[in-house]
Write a protein that binds this ligand. Structure first.
Ligand code: GAL
Ligand code: ZN
Length: 674
């Protein structure tokens, strides 16, 4: 269970009634519209601090209470936010320390949002006070489902408080300055520190090339932010609320390791704004699927789609309308991947300021006879039909490792391709390869366990965090099938290169040693051609670019060989059996077709069972299940219909058009008893 649901899929989103307090008739009208669109939730208070505490210590929660009551009387629940995402002017004026200091050490003026220091004692205190009061007032209201901490937490601050906290964090991590010097390799360029007091956060006007420092700074920023969230949560608990907690996240946001938030939240939630219709829709759907699977992995249970746009998004370079049917398909994709909600930004379009042209369920016209309103209603109807699957989980046989810390370290490094390593693309291609054969995919980080997966892929696992190499070794030894790619097992936890050969700890598992890696110019390509009779049954020839790893065989079988350059004829893909399992080493950044074939072949070899291995292009298959039933989503992200008549008998269709086709942007859902 996500904890937030009351046995129904949540349908709602961000609502800002504080912008309409002078128009009570509009608020009344909104409630009537919400009911028509089968909205059963709104998220309140996200940016309401100035209206909740107009002056320091003077609280006005009456308007909020009236609205919460009116909503509840009409069957609409509330996810209540804490207001720390944006602060009132009086707070910044009286306590300038709450404002953020940029990496160049300049303090920001008041403005925007997210503009605050996570370490500032005053900010923590003021947030604590209002959170506690909110919890006292609303923390056990019948219609309140849970807490939405702040909003899209992110960014960093370089003020004196943060510097002090960073030094304390380092002292705790390293104990002595000698140990820190060793871990960061500070002898390089004579940057040795004599004491922790000398350390400064990375800055464009100071130290910005020391990778160990930068990596630890990012870890610290995550830990400090998690600590801030802890303070927020504690205040809610002190106010007597036991309701579940979430915070809304953003994609692959680079500033925070989202996995670390699992210890302070009950449910992960995220905000999804894909650029639909910019490229063929199946491409976008496949990219979004990766994010969904990452979000599901954070708390390892159903998550919430906290925001999505019902129409066009005004901050993107082009505000594209969603074509008819797209909203429904995109919304059900969330549910297919394990979301217990479909929520929008925003319920009613604001009249002024930055987001006045952002899509909304109810726009400035203010009527229900709009295309968007009708499509939102269709989503509401679908969610009502599918409500029985609320809380069901997703079981995956394949895992693709996605690790924030390794990504940070890899992206910071100089070489082997400063023009672009294409990590994200590598992750997506492998994920897509498994999805093409109808598999659910989990995306754990290096700390989560790998038990139960038939296949584990590690694309560009540059940094092997403590124990990760050992974990992979055990996984293969015990019968797991591992796909490891180039640029893996290169450095340790503090970004020090492993000595004695790479992939670290896995040379015997993979039966290869990576000897050199060639960076390719943008216009260069190479290829990998299948070695006749290889054990994996690969037959094609595939193009590769960007990075080509030259490996020395240490017992592995060659499956593909490079086609050109001075390494023509050398291995480009290898296979090696180890213990009860197999390890495949992908030497180069291959094209998508390669991964489609590789994932299929390796899954077959691993004995993975999938429901449909021959999915039509652009069709996604996903399953959710609980103890009683399994649910199968078949979604067509092509704008036009595809033939589909393959569902076996024990599946009963519970949603979607009954026909031998899958309509364009169409979804069908089936169920079978377990
Ligand atoms: C999100 C944010 C919302 C709103 C939305 C617009 O990132 O959390 O408050 O600004 O974008 O798309
Ligand atoms: Zn600070």
């Amino acid at each position: 269970m996500s904890g937030f649901t009351r046995n129904q899929l949540i349908h709602g989103g961000d609502y800002n009634p504080e912008q309409w307090l002078d128009s009570p008739e509009i608020l009344e009208q909104d409630i009537a519209f919400f009911k028509k669109a089968k909205i059963n939730e709104v998220s309140l208070g996200i940016f309401s601090w100035a209206m909740l505490e107009p002056e320091e210590g003077k609280f006005d929660f009456g308007w909020m209470e009236d609205i919460v009551n009116r909503l509840y009387e009409n069957g609409i629940n509330v996810i209540m936010a804490t207001p720390s995402g944006a602060r009132p002017k009086w707070l910044a004026d009286k306590y300038p320390e709450v404002l953020r200091v940029a990496p160049d050490r300049r303090r920001n003026l008041f403005g925007g949002r997210h503009n605050h220091c996570y370490s500032s004692p005053v900010y923590r205190e003021k947030v604590g006070i209002i959170n506690r009061k909110l919890a006292e007032r609303f923390g056990s209201y019948p219609g309140v489902l849970g807490w939405h901490i702040s909003n899209e937490i992110g960014g960093e601050c370089h003020c004196d408080y943060c510097q002090d906290a960073f030094r304390g964090w380092l002292r705790e991590r390293y104990g002595t300055i000698e140990e820190l010097n060793r871990a960061w390799a500070t002898t390089f360029w004579s940057h040795r520190y004599q004491s922790f007091e000398q350390i400064e956060s990375p800055s464009p006007i100071g130290e910005c090339d020391l990778h160990g420092l930068k990596l630890d700074w990012r870890r610290f920023v995550t830990d400090q932010t998690v600590d801030f969230v802890k303070v927020e949560v504690q205040a809610l608990r002190d106010g007597g609320s036991a309701l579940p907690i979430t915070t809304n996240m953003m994609y692959f946001y680079g500033g925070l390791n989202y996995h670390k938030f699992a210890e302070v939240i009950d449910t992960a939630s995220w905000d999804n704004y894909p650029l639909w219709h910019k490229q063929p829709e199946p491409e976008t759907a496949a990219e979004v699927a990766v994010y969904y699977d990452i979000m599901r992995g954070i708390c390892r249970k159903p998550f919430l789609l906290m925001e999505s746009c019902p129409s066009s998004t005004n901050w993107q370079s082009v505000s594209k309308l969603k074509k008819p049917g797209m909203l429904l398909a995109a919304s059900l994709q969330a549910v297919a991947h394990g979301s217990d909600s479909v929520q929008y930004f925003q319920m009613r379009q604001s009249r002024g300021a930055n987001e006045k042209f952002h899509g909304a369920v109810i726009d400035h016209y203010g009527g229900e006879d709009t295309r968007v309103f009708r499509e939102v209603t269709q989503v509401g109807e679908a969610l009502e039909i599918l409500s029985e699957l609320t809380g069901s989980g997703v079981k995956a046989q394949a895992a693709v490792i996605y690790d924030w810390e390794s990504r940070w370290a890899m992206e910071d490094a100089q070489g082997p391709r400063n023009k672009g390593l294409y990590y994200h693309e590598a992750v997506t291609k492998i994920h897509k390869g498994f999805r093409r054969i109808g598999l659910n995919v989990d995306m754990p980080d290096m700390e989560q366990d790998l038990e139960g997966y038939a296949v584990v892929a590690v694309p560009m696992g540059y940094m092997f965090r403590k124990g990760f190499g050992e974990k992979l070794k055990k996984y293969v030894e015990q019968g797991g099938y591992l796909i490891l790619t180039y640029w893996s097992g290169i450095v340790d936890d503090t970004d020090l290169c492993f000595l004695g050969g790479t992939p670290h700890e896995l040379m015997d598992v993979c039966g290869v040693r990576s000897a050199e890696i060639d960076g390719l110019y943008d216009w260069e390509t190479n290829s990998g051609a299948a070695v006749p009779g290889n054990s994996l049954g690969m037959t094609g020839e595939y193009r590769c670019r960007n990075l080509c790893d030259l490996v020395q065989l240490r017992g592995a079988e060659e499956v593909l060989r490079y086609g050109s350059d001075f390494y023509a004829g050398q291995p480009a893909l290898t296979a090696h059996s180890y213990g009860k399992g197999m390890a495949y080493y992908v030497c180069a950044d291959f094209e998508e077709d390669f991964y489609n074939d590789l994932c299929r072949k390796v899954s077959e070899a691993a004995g993975v069972k999938s429901l449909w291995v021959n999915l039509p292009e652009g069709v996604e298959l996903s399953t959710r299940q609980d103890e009683k039933a399994e649910y199968l989503f078949i979604q067509n992200f092509n704008p036009s219909a595809v033939e589909w008549d393959e569902v076996p008998e024990q599946w009963q269709q519970i949603y979607g058009e009954v026909s031998e086709k899958l309509p364009g942007f169409g979804t069908k859902v089936y169920k079978r008893a377990l």
